[in-house]
Design a protein around this ligand. Sequence first.
Ligand SMILES: *Cc1c(COP(=O)(O)O)cnc(C)c1O
Length: 397
Amino acid sequence: MNLSQGRSYLAIPGPSVMPDEVLNAMHHAAPNIYGSALNDLAASLARDLKKVARTEGQVAMYISNGHGAWEAALANLFTPGDKVLVLATGRFGHGWGEMATALGLEVQVEDFGKSSAVDMDRFRALLQSDSSHGIKAVLVPHVDTSTSVRNDVAAMRATLDELKHPALFMVDCIASLGCDRFEMDAWGVDVMVSACQKGLMVPPGLGFVFYSDKAAAIRASMERVSKYWDWQPRSDPKVFYQFFGGTAPTHHMFGLRKALDMILEEGMEHVWKRHEMLANAIWAACKKWSDSNVLWLNVDKIESRSNAVTLINLNAPDGARVRDWVERTAGLTLGIGLGMESTEDPNADGYFRIGHMGHVNAHMILGVLGTIDAALKALDIPHGEGALEAAARELSR
Ligand SMILES: *Cc1c(COP(=O)(O)O)cnc(C)c1O
């Protein structure tokens, strides 16, 4: 029986659910881009984005997606031949590395697999073997959205400090910002990239690069930087158009203003705790399902799991069957497996991801879990019982 009529739920790990408040804020007549109101709005966005990122540093805003933010960060700091170390724990680390390669950098990619975080001993050894300090920067995703692995950013900074390695520390928080705890200044991150369509709950279209004084000094010493990506005028604009290097993304600005209001009103600590509680409910349910041994969480160690996204492994093609069933029958869209297998490999159908980032609450997560539970039953996929009970218990803490 098709039970999909009603409000649908896109539970993929970005773009995420957009609050009605954000959409309503965007329903606005075209504003005058030459008045002072929009200038004040842009300045308020920069100010409050920094609060979400926990930094007193600078932020440059771009009309772009996350890939644009990746390129922007690299374009401000490196020239062809500069060497960077990329720590990959899934597809997105590789993606940032490919961007660096395309810009002519010398890229050393270290792959830490698809289900565990960056190994600190190996990271230490990599830095130790670079005694001449040829590595100019370390690039790492905080959360890799393809594997749902979360890396320990504070521990990586501690290792860099311990070895007195001067490399810039650059972190991709596109999936994690506004979901998983992230403290840019306290954790000693020099450059952080993000985008608006995940934890920040705004339609895709804005990318952000946050940077420290150390990174600003390197930018200042560059002979030439691509004019569009140059972060300097964007973070210290003398005239309004410099905020976005041209016409401002007016409606995204209205939407982001509302989203930041919602996030800051809730409070960062509460936002992070909410995501943690919801993630715990998902993992508790998965643990019960996995009693059958045909379904399991991709990331075993709790401290290496993201609170924004969860990858679940099944035997192919059951991942695709579950996704198809929940979408057709119940109005729920789950994320596909990304980068786990090549797309031609039939095993690529052995995954689904739950996006639990941004505008998500307890009843939505219980709905997702209940719907997946129904799919497992409808499709005769063996699974342990008691998943919803376990999830409800987590949410009642
Ligand atoms: C989504 C995502 C990206 C890519 O962002 P786009 O907006 O699709 O370009 C990069 N890194 C991470 C960790 C992501 O989650």
